[in-house]
Design a protein around this ligand. Sequence first.
Ligand code: DC
Length: 220
Amino acid sequence: MQIAIDGPAGAGKSTIAKRLAKESGYIYVDTGAMYRAMALYLLRRGISAEDKAGIESACEDADISIKYIDGEQNVILNGENVNGLIRTQEVSNMASASSVNGKVRQKLVSLQQKLAESTDVVMDGRDIGTTVLPDAEVKIYLTASVKVRAKRRYDELIAKGEESDLKVIEQEIRERDERDMTREISPLKKADDAIEVDTSDMGIEEVVNAINGIIKEHGR
Ligand code: DC
């Protein structure tokens, strides 16, 4: 069984996918974390998002793998657990910018497909229903308005005690949407057979219930 959840930044994909995985006993695969690990590697090496050759050679040197610790996905970059380092705005923006590269995508898509070969998964990202798992039994396109997504991210940062500017976050989300949706290879878009869920006016429980309903109807 494969459940694919795609959608723009801040739509609530990871929160919802984690809950669904816990309830069903499936493995949760956060594909964004892999693009983030790659972005961290590039930032550390001072390779810019425009340096195509640099990024392509980095693809050869950066070994990215996944390890589950207490049921939680951890990303390992050349032997180092980088889970605690990939959630900054700098890494978010670099992940969005570097994920347009075909070699980066090829490398990570193949890792994602291998993970889903031998186990039931709930996988979230941008191209899961369209490219990574085109035969997934259930495909959800989770979305929400830019304003709502920016406010969620802002509240998250404030709760963590970090300084934050709602206007800047909103602008960054707009830019990431634009890049993720207009890139040449596997842009973010709703798969033809995906069901769209707009979470702008929904709480977490409501979204989980709605998706569980969809799984019952369309799942195996
Ligand atoms: O889901 P996220 O915010 O952690 O993803 C970070 C970036 O990685 C996102 O802006 C685009 C890229 N990404 C992608 O291109 N394809 C995926 N399947 C997941 C993420």
